[in-house]
Design a protein around this ligand. Structure first.
Ligand code: KIV
Ligand code: ZN
Length: 531
C-alpha cells in the first residue's frame, strides 16, 4: 500500500469534502439530533478536517437555528454552511444563525430547476426561477462576503440548456460554489460525468465557481456517481457519515474519502480528511442516533475488516495484502478481525488458542477442532469466550454475577425505569434507575452495580416459542480488551432476558480476565524457572 504523503504529492488536485450529516443526514427518519449532540459531531468533523460542515436548515425549526448558531460560534476550522430556500426570509434567517462564523460562514441557497418540480411543486416558470435564483444569490452574497453556494435541486432531471442557463446566471450574480444535485438518486456514473462535462463546456463563466456534487443513493450509485463527477471536473463532494440522508441516504463520506485515498493510482485527486477519525465518527453517529450500520457496509461495517473463510484467513496470515486493500489503522481501527466460524481452518484455531495463552499437542488440537466445528455449525461466530468454554468447560457456578431479579417498566406518560438486583461475588447489590427505554435502564443499572462500561456491539431479541407464555431470547455482544464477548438470556419477560444476556456477557469478560491473569502468572513463573 502506498504511503499517503507520497500519493498526495503526486496527485492532481484537492476535492473539498462538504459534510451534510447534520442537515441532509439529519433529515433521515430516526436520525434527529439535539443541539448538544450536533455540536459533539461537528467538533469531531472539525478534527477530521472536513472542509465544510453543513450544520442545518435554520428556518426549519428553532432547534435547527440554535444548532447552526452554536456550531458557527463554537466549532473552529471548517467553513460552516446553513441551508435556505431562495427567498428573503429564509436567507435572512440563515444569516442570523451563521453570522457568528464570520469569514467562515457559507450561505447555501437552493431552488428546483426540473420541469417536474417547476410545474407540480413550485408552479413557477423557468424565467421566474432564474430571477428568484439570481436574487437569492445576490442577497446571500451581500451577507456572507461572497461565500455563497447555489444548488439547482433535481439538476439531474433538468433540461440541460436550462440548467446551463441557471448556473451561468447564479455565477454572474455571485455564487462561488454551484451544486448539481442528483436529488432523487436517479443518475448513473457515465450520465452524471457527462452532465458535469456539459456544464464545463457550455457555462461560459464556470471557471469562476467550484462545481459541487450532491448524490442520493436510491440506486446504490451515490459514491460511484460522485467519483465520476470528480473525474469530469467537480471539486467538491457533498456527503454524510455512514451515508445517512433522505430515503436511501447520501454519498457516504467514508467511502468517497477512502476511494480517493486507496485508488490514487487512477483517481488523481485527494481530500484533506484525517481518515483515522472515520470509525470514531461513524460510531459516535450510531451512538447518537441509534441508527445502526449494516455489518457488511463498506469501510465502517462490522465485517469490513473481518475474514472468515479458511482460505482467506490463511492468506491474510501470510500477507495481509492478499485480502485487504486498506489497512484497518487507516480508518481508525486497531486491527482486522479473523472471526472463527465453520469455515475457519485448524491452523487458524490453533493460532487463536495460542494467542489466548494455551499450548496444546497436535492430538489435543485435533480433538478441540472437532468440537469447535460442532459448535461453529450451531453458532454464527465463535468468540474467544466460547473457546474458553470449549477448553475449560462451562460452569455457571463460577460466575461472578448472578441475577436475583430484573424488572423494567415503561408507560407512554413516564420514562422507562428498571430495578436490578445481582449477587456480586457473594454479596447482594441492587440499583434502580431511569433510561431511554426499559432495556437501556436495565443495562444502566447493571453497569452501575458491576462498575463496568463496555461498548455494546450487538443487541438482538427473538421469541423462541409462540403464544402468551412465549420465551424471549436475547443476545448481546460486548467489546472489551479489543475482543468481543457474547451473552445470552432466555426469559418469559423480554426485559429480564436482556438483563440476563448482558450479565452473561459480563461473566465471560470476568472469566477472560482471570484466564489472562493465569497466563501472566505462568509466564512469570516460567521466567523465574528459566533464570
Ligand atoms: O438533494 C438535494 O437536492 C438537496 C439540496 C437542498 C442540495 O439536498
Ligand atoms: Zn439532498
Amino acid at each position: 500500500m502506498a504511503d499517503k504523503s507520497v500519493v498526495e504529492k503526486e496527485k492532481g488536485g484537492k476535492v473539498q469534502i462538504f459534510d451534510t450529516t447534520l442537515r441532509d443526514g439529519e433529515q433521515s427518519p430516526g436520525c434527529s439530533m439535539n443541539t448538544e449532540q450536533k455540536l459533539q459531531i461537528a467538533h469531531l468533523l472539525a478534527e477530521m478536517n472536513v472542509d465544510v460542515i453543513e450544520a442545518g436548515f435554520p428556518i426549519a425549526s428553532p432547534g435547527d437555528f440554535e444548532a447552526v448558531k452554536r456550531i458557527a460560534q463554537e466549532v473552529k476550522g471548517p467553513q460552516v454552511a446553513g441551508l435556505c430556500r431562495a427567498n428573503d426570509k429564509d436567507i435572512d434567517r440563515a444569516w442570523e444563525a451563521l453570522q457568528h462564523a464570520e469569514e467562515k460562514a457559507r450561505i447555501h441557497t437552493f431552488i428546483a430547476t426540473s420541469e417536474l418540480h417547476l410545474v407540480h411543486k413550485l408552479r413557477m416558470t423557468e424565467s421566474e426561477v432564474v430571477n428568484a435564483a439570481r436574487a437569492a444569490v445576490k442577497r446571500a452574497a451581500s451577507y456572507s462576503a461572497g461565500n455563497v453556494e447555489f444548488s439547482a435541486e433535481d439538476a439531474v432531471r433538468t433540461r440541460l440548456p436550462f440548467l446551463a442557463q441557471v448556473i451561468t446566471e447564479v455565477i454572474d450574480a455571485g455564487a462561488t460554489v454551484v451544486n448539481i444535485p442528483d436529488t432523487v438518486g436517479y443518475t448513473t456514473p457515465w450520465e452524471y460525468g457527462q452532465i458535469i462535462a456539459f456544464l464545463r463546456e457550455f457555462v461560459p463563466n464556470i471557471n469562476q465557481a467550484i462545481i459541487s456534487v450532491h448524490c442520493h443513493n436510491d440506486l446504490g450509485l451515490a459514491v460511484a456517481n460522485s467519483l465520476s463527477a470528480v473525474m469530469a471536473g467537480a471539486r467538491q463532494v457533498e456527503c454524510t457519515i455512514n451515508g445517512i440522508g433522505e430515503r436511501a441516504g447520501n454519498c457516504s463520506l467514508e467511502e468517497i474519502v477512502m476511494a480517493l485515498r486507496t485508488r490514487g493510482d487512477i483517481i488523481p485527486f485527494y481530500s484533506d480528511v484525517v481518515t483515522e477519525k472515520i470509525v470514531p465518527a461513524s460510531r459516535l453517529l450510531v451512538a447518537t442516533t441509534g441508527m445502526q450500520v449494516q455489518r457488511n457496509k463498506a469501510i465502517v461495517g462490522g465485517n469490513a475488516f473481518a475474514h472468515e473463510a479458511g482460505i482467506h484467513q490463511h492468506g491474510f496470515l501470510m500477507d495481509k495484502r492478499t485480502y485487504e486493500i486498506m489497512t484497518p489503522e487507516s480508518v481508525g481501527l486497531k486491527e482486522s478481525k479473523l472471526p472463527l466460524g465453520k469455515h475457519s481452518s485448524k491452523r487458524v484455531l490453533a493460532n487463536r488458542l495460542k494467542a489466548m495463552g494455551f499450548t496444546f499437542s497436535k492430538e489435543e488440537i485435533e480433538e478441540l477442532f472437532m468440537r469447535f466445528k460442532e459448535l461453529a455449525d450451531k453458532k454464527m461466530e465463535v468468540f474467544d469466550d466460547d473457546l474458553l468454554t470449549l477448553v475449560q468447560g462451562d460452569s455457571a457456578e463460577d460466575d461472578m454475577f448472578v441475577v436475583n431479579l430484573i424488572e423494567g417498566s415503561f408507560n407512554s406518560e413516564s420514562e422507562a425505569k428498571a430495578y436490578v438486583s445481582l449477587e456480586c461475588d457473594g454479596k447482594d447489590k441492587e440499583f434502580e434507575c431511569k433510561g431511554n427505554g426499559p432495556v437501556d435502564a436495565v443495562f444502566k443499572a447493571i453497569k452501575e452495580i458491576t462498575k463496568t462500561d463496555y461498548r455494546l456491539d450487538v443487541f438482538s431479541m427473538d421469541n423462541v416459542t409462540k403464544g402468551i407464555s412465549a420465551q424471549a431470547t436475547c443476545s448481546v455482544v460486548l467489546e472489551a480488551y479489543d475482543r468481543t464477548f457474547s451473552g445470552h438470556g432466555v426469559h418469559t419477560d423480554s426485559i429480564a432476558a436482556a438483563g440476563m444476556a448482558y450479565t452473561n456477557a459480563l461473566n465471560k469478560i470476568v472469566k477472560w480476565e482471570l484466564h489472562q491473569l493465569e497466563v501472566f502468572e505462568k509466564e512469570e513463573s516460567d521466567k523465574v524457572i528459566a533464570s
